[in-house]
Design a protein around this ligand. Structure first.
Ligand SMILES: Nc1ncnc2c1ncn2[C@@H]1O[C@H](COP(=O)(O)OP(=O)(O)OP(=O)(O)O)[C@@H](O)[C@H]1O
Ligand SMILES: [Mg+2]
Length: 181
């Protein structure tokens, strides 16, 4: 077993004020740049997008996917539950579990087969899927703040830590950062 200091607990935690949907989109685009810049794709990653109905999860995911190079229209996977897009070697998987009705249904989605190297999985409503849902590398939580939103991002794994450490350096988000840790 490695010494604890060889495997530090992920610690990156970022908070942002998102005054309008354009800034939610800017966060998504910056997440894409950081994903590429930190070379996360080769290891693969899972991003949870949590938050109440209408809090901006799809807005953020759509912008992230387009900024990664997805050219097609990105719809909310509300009814399909899982939509996939490929960009070069990278497989992007956009999941929305809000309408899940049963445990067999989530097992049948086979989400774990859509994770690993060269997979990026974005999951809206991950809490609805129980144990069948792959673990997050980054946990993004959107909350209402009047008419606008606030976002909290936490790294859960080393991969997530590398991703968010890169995100923290993105100059486009500096005006919206509300914490620095
Ligand atoms: N920062 C923001 N401030 C104000 N409105 C926003 C912000 N971000 C997104 N919105 C708007 O909120 C609405 C709902 O967004 P979106 O569909 O992305 O939410 P969602 O969290 O995916 O919802 P659902 O839970 O139904 O999947 C859209 O009209 C979007 O433009
Ligand atoms: Mg949505």
């Amino acid at each position: 077993m490695g010494a604890p200091y060889n495997n530090p607990m992920p610690k990156t935690h970022l908070d942002f004020d998102l005054p309008d949907s354009g800034v939610t989109e800017a966060l998504g685009a910056a997440l894409a740049r950081a994903f590429t810049g930190a070379s996360v794709g080769a290891r693969g990653a899972v991003l949870y997008l949590r938050g109440e109905l209408g809090s901006g999860k799809t807005t953020c995911a759509r912008s992230l996917l387009h900024a990664l190079g997805v050219l097609s229209i990105v719809r909310s996977p509300t009814y399909t539950l899982v939509d996939t897009y490929s960009v070069g070697a990278l497989n992007c998987v956009h999941v929305d579990l809000y309408r899940l009705r049963s445990w067999p249904e989530v097992e049948e989605l086979g989400l774990r087969d859509l994770t690993g190297p060269y997979y990026l999985m974005l999951i809206e409503w991950p809490e609805k899927g129980g144990d069948a849902v792959p673990h997050a590398d980054v946990d993004l939580h959107l909350r209402y703040a009047g008419d606008s939103r606030v976002a909290t991002l936490r790294a859960v794994t080393e991969v997530g830590d590398a991703w968010l450490a890169k995100l923290a350096l993105d100059a486009s988000l500096v005006p919206y950062v509300s914490n620095l840790t």
